[in-house]
Write a protein that binds this ligand. Structure first.
Ligand SMILES: Cc1cc2nc3c(=O)[nH]c(=O)nc-3n(C[C@H](O)[C@H](O)[C@H](O)COP(=O)(O)OP(=O)(O)OC[C@H]3O[C@@H](n4cnc5c(N)ncnc54)[C@H](O)[C@@H]3O)c2cc1C
Length: 244
């Protein structure tokens, strides 16, 4: 199963209490500022997508940005090298899901290439966590509130494996596996978030998991040719410019 780790756009239940006159969209449906109605915008969500969209919108209109969880921010380039060059060289993308660093990193992803200071300079007003929505009014954890006509939900994605009905594969919607190997004979997953490392759901690093699974599948099938081909074609990971 390689059906992706981020299938469903998540929108908080508060969205349902907003008036029909408020234009709401998830980042999955966002294209550019011109595609939105004019006027002030609230962006909800302070991770990579929310910050980048807030910065883009702030060039032409008033923008408030609600940040529920402050994430560590790192520049895209350090000492002339891309961040992913450093993460690869320091072995951080290879830290496994059950390591101390891996456990900490799962809880707090990085915001890359944006800073609060730059956003403030661009005119973005920071708000804490959104706690309530009603009509055209949105309230925040510090007691402040605003009225807006446009809300962009930069509130992330969720996995959805509800269509997998095989017994023993899911627990509370999550795949039960070790490095993509499930308890069901012959069933493997690839591309899950933190399947084995942070790189598991990144295009430039998924090859480690793919190779591991290919070997397991070859063993399962009793097929030596796959193992021989893998041994001949060890391709090193290619770090690439990325925002995640
Ligand atoms: C906002 C955002 C930004 C990202 N930025 C980066 C980035 O900068 N760098 C990076 O490496 N990664 C990034 N990612 C992660 C990126 O999505 C994955 O690296 C990549 O798409 C994973 O590829 P995949 O083939 O495993 O899954 P996907 O690209 O999600 O492909 C899964 C496919 O399976 C299909 N599918 C799903 N369910 C079924 C079903 N029941 N039956 C049949 N088909 C099905 C889907 O339609 C889809 O075509 C980002 C993700 C998000 C959400």
């Amino acid at each position: 199963m390689a059906t992706g780790p981020f299938q469903v756009a998540f929108i908080p239940p508060a969205a349902r209490s907003l008036d029909g006159s408020v234009t709401q969209l998830h980042t999955a449906a966002y294209h550019n500022p011109q595609a939105l109605p004019e006027g002030p915008v609230l962006v909800v969500g302070g991770a990579n997508s929310g910050l980048q969209i807030a910065r883009e919108l702030a060039t032409t209109r008033e923008v408030d940005l609600s940040v529920g969880t402050k994430l560590p921010m790192v520049p895209q380039r350090l000492l002339g090298k891309d961040l992913f060059w450093w993460l690869t060289r320091l072995g951080l993308l290879a830290k496994t899901v059950d390591s101390r660093i891996g456990r900490r990193a799962q809880a707090r992803d990085l915001v890359v290439g944006t800073s609060r200071r730059k956003l403030r300079r661009a005119g973005v007003r920071f708000r804490p966590r959104l706690v309530e929505a009603s009509g055209r009014t949105l309230k925040f954890a510090d007691g402040s509130s605003i009225d807006v006509g446009v809300v962009i939900w930069a509130t992330g994605f969720r996995s959805d494996f509800s269509w997998v009905k095989l017994p023993g594969v899911l627990n509370d919607g999550h795949v039960i596996h070790w490095r993509g190997v499930t308890g069901v004979s012959g069933l493997y997953f690839l591309g899950l978030s933190w399947q084995h490392t942070r790189g598991s759901a990144l295009l430039g690093f998924v090859n480690d998991d793919a190779e591991y699974l290919a070997e397991r599948i070859a063993t399962f099938l009793g097929d030596d040719t796959v193992r021989d081909e893998l041994a001949d074609s060890k391709v090193p990971a290619q770090p690439f410019e990325s925002s995640l």
